[in-house]
Design a protein around this ligand. Structure first.
Ligand code: GDP
Ligand code: MG
Length: 740
């Protein structure tokens, strides 16, 4: 006997574990046609039956809100698997049965796997599977997917459904008098018009109209516009009636009644709590304080601000050490190698570039450690839960929060996994709004840029400025999301359920592993991508070199300067060893020579490819106070944000020739007359909001399904960032704030 069995269930109910347990090595992974959702298939053989097993994407519901839900539903409708095994998490039975009830309403052949029965047992929950089976009218088999316990019995009852050709009549739940009556009317119309009835039961179609299922609504409009309009009209009438009488909506009514149905089933002796059900789990007790309406947000702000404070205070020392270390290497190489292109490449291109990025490793490690602590302890999920209320105001979704945090919402993430994390979002509009705004978060690559500018101009307020940057990123992201949701991506919001895992004391080993994984990714990026871009940018900043005539001019200025002083003075400069004090005249000569070298280096940089691009952009960028060197760095930042630091490093170490006087880059910027705290502030804001790095843009284009959105982020974000930077710079200059 052969048949197809689909595994369906909520995310994290153990589908994939069961799938692997059943199919072993006989599996095949692909994508569902036309979408990025993974499709896993395999076979299970037992005695004389061979079952073809498909692992459906995890969903909470069968209403076409998210891609996963559309995929799962389309599969059931089009492929008509002989059996659907619904895997439910027994430790969370009421919520998991919500999906089971929808399968029953759809009338598909279902068999329920009561998975994680071990977890339920540990929590003192006892479940009477037989009772549940008889009340729902489908087989219910307790399983532990991790150990494979119950899998054989499960497969046998699935095979039994196939062999016995059991008829499954769709479950009918009462949705209250008003809704029921409207549904009856709609059912009649649907049946008379043969409206989609080949695919779904008539009552189910009516239900989807009430739930405003977008897929069914648009199918209906295409298929039979008149009938569809009549159905929509009926829904409108019930809606306004419900609003007037019960102050609720059909969708909410449907959900309430479904949960009510589940509750009534569970109360009939299906579920038995061994401990006192009123006893609060310690997690719940902690939650009473940490997610309290008033205390919760305050604690959240305090925790995040505290994290920044700790990170910046304790990482300062190792950051200094590394800075000294790279300075020392740079100086060593500088003295060993003769003057020329090779020395320039190694010192300015490689050591300064990569060193500038690696120098921030301790800071990033501390930050990741703090985030890993929040994540592993379960507090991060509470942060998401609390922010959900705020997110709705901006047309986003509770689950958007995770994408934002992954992208660097607490600072130090990456927009690439953030964009990927939006895959779990329900409606396509909220998903799009989220993935277009996650790049505004302060990813790990922007941190070194901020750290550099803060160290140069806002030393005394480090933690405070960093905190303000984080809040600013959120404010920007939310406002832009709102803007997008009322303009280019208009549409309704979708309902939301979110898991709150129990609190756990993180283990040091777990934290260390998480911290190291992320830090190592950062180091690898510095070692490969950044090294490559450092070299390319160095080349762009070096070539073409000044023509002979330009070189000669500086050389002759040098010569005439040397001739203008007594020979003893210039000799003193050459022969005096390091560390020995020069006479006043020699010191003066040294300074004069430096000025010439500096002018020569600057002329060289201006003449290079990068310099020309930077200068060409200056006519626009001057509005924000950015000079051509900053423009070069910003161009580099499009490749990867941390390249900005290395590019500035290269630009400024090339400008300053004397290696002994080369302090850290931030000290150089602080001293440079072209820079002011105001300009640094504008640059911080520009860096926060301008075009995402190339990798993120590619991801956005892929995940949104269109290169137009990729192009949109580049153009829109850069214009927005520039507008803000100009606003800051012009206002500040006019009022005379933060200027030097
Ligand atoms: P999916 O999202 O439904 O595919 O869920 P997974 O198969 O990825 O499982 C989620 C987590 O639950 C994994 O860490 C599994 O190891 C764990 N898990 C799955 N089944 C069981 C079970 O029966 N008992 C226990 N204790 N853990 C399980
Ligand atoms: Mg899975």
């Amino acid at each position: 006997m052969q048949a197809t069995v689909a595994l369906a269930g909520n995310p994290n109910s153990g589908k994939t574990t069961l799938f692997n347990e059943l199919t072993g090595a006989r599996q095949h992974v692909g994508n569902y046609p036309g979408v990025t959702v993974e499709k896993k298939e395999g076979t299970y053989t037992h005695k004389d039956f061979k079952l073809h097993i498909v692992d459906l994407p995890g969903t909470y519901s069968l209403t076409a809100y998210s891609l996963e839900e559309v995929v799962a539903r389309d599969y059931l409708v089009n492929e008509k698997p002989e059996v659907v095994i619904n895997i439910v998490d027994s430790s969370n039975l009421d919520r998991n049965l919500y999906l089971a009830v929808q399968f029953l309403e759809m009338g598909v052949p279902v068999c329920i796997a009561l998975n994680m029965i071990d977890v339920a047992k540990k929590r003192g929950i006892k479940i009477n599977a037989q009772k549940l089976s008889s009340l729902l009218g489908v087989p219910v088999i307790p399983t532990i997917a991790r150990t494979g316990q119950g899998k054989q019995e499960l497969m046998e009852s699935a095979a039994h459904i196939v062999q016995a050709k059991t008829a499954f009549r769709p479950l009918k739940i009462s949705y209250g008098d008003d809704v029921d009556r409207a549904m009856l009317d709609m059912e009649k119309e649907i049946e008379a018009g043969n409206f989609l009835t080949a695919l779904y039961p008539a009552r189910w179609i009516a239900l989807k109209y009430l739930e405003k299922d977008e897929q069914i609504l648009s199918q209906g409009q295409k298929l039979n516009p008149d009938l569809a309009a009549r159905l929509e009209e009926t829904v409108k009438k019930v809606s306004s009636h419900l609003l007037n009488t019960l102050d609720t909506y059909p969708e909410a009514m449907v959900a309430d009644q479904r949960y009510g149905y589940i509750k009534s089933i569970l109360k009939q002796g299906v579920i038995y709590q061994e401990y006192d059900p009123n006893r609060l789990y310690s997690s719940d007790k902690i939650d009473k304080v940490l997610t309290n309406r008033f205390l919760g947000p305050l604690i959240m702000l305090a925790v995040i601000a505290g994290l920044f404070h700790l990170v910046f205070t304790y990482s300062a020392v190792p950051v200094d050490w590394l800075g000294i270390f790279f300075g020392w290497i740079g100086h060593g190489v500088y003295t060993i190698l003769p003057d020329g292109l090779l020395r320039s490449l190694i010192v300015s291109g490689i050591i300064d570039g990569v060193g500038g990025v690696l120098g921030f490793v301790p800071l990033i490690m501390f930050m990741f450690f703090g985030i890993a602590f929040l994540e592993d302890s379960g507090y991060l999920a509470r942060v998401a839960f609390m922010l959900d209320r705020v997110f709705r105001i901006f047309g986003l979704h509770g689950s958007s929060v995770m994408a934002f945090i992954v992208s660097g919402g607490i600072a130090g993430g990456c927009a690439v996994p953030g964009v990927m994390a939006t895959r779990t979002l329900k409606s396509p509009r909220e998903r799009l709004a989220t993935l277009l705004t996650v790049p505004f978060m302060n990813c790990g690559a922007k941190l070194p840029v901020f750290a550099l500018l803060i160290a140069a101009f806002f030393t005394r307020y480090e933690a405070a400025v960093m905190f303000a940057i984080t809040l600013g990123a959120w404010a920007g992201a939310l406002l832009v999301a709102k803007l997008l949701r009322v303009t280019v991506i208009k549409g309704e919001s979708t309902p939301f359920v979110m898991e709150l895992p129990p609190y756990r004391m993180p283990t040091f080993k777990g934290l260390a592993i998480h911290t190291w994984e992320r830090t190592w990714q950062y180091i690898q990026k510095a070692g490969t991508v950044i090294l490559g871009f450092s070299i390319i940018l160095w080349a762009m900043m070096t070539f073409p070199m000044l023509p002979e005539s330009g070189m000669n001019e500086f050389e002759s200025r040098r010569q005439s300067l040397l001739e203008s002083v007594p020979a003893s003075v210039s000799r003193e400069l050459v022969t005096t060893d390091e560390g020995i004090d020069l006479s006043g005249a020699a010191l003066n000569l040294k300074k004069q020579l430096q000025i010439i070298d500096y002018a020569k280096a600057e002329a060289g940089l201006r003449y290079s490819v990068a310099g020309r691009i930077g200068i060409a952009l200056e006519s626009v960028s001057q509005w924000a106070g950015f000079d051509w060197r900053t423009n070069i760095a910003l161009l580099g930042g499009f490749a990867a944000k941390e390249v900005m630091v290395s590019t500035l490093g290269t630009a400024y170490s090339m400008g300053e020739v004397d290696p002994e006087a080369s302090g850290s880059l931030s000290a150089k910027l602080a001293k440079d007359p072209g820079w002011s705290p105001l300009m640094a502030l504008g640059l911080i804001v520009f860096t926060m909001f301008y075009a995402p790095c190339i990798v993120a843009v590619v991801c956005i284009a892929k995940e949104s399904g269109s290169w137009r959105w990729g192009a949109f982020t580049i153009v829109f974000n850069t214009l927005l960032a520039f507008g803000l930077a100009v606003l800051i710079f012009q206002t500040g200059s006019a009022l005379g704030i933060l200027v030097k």
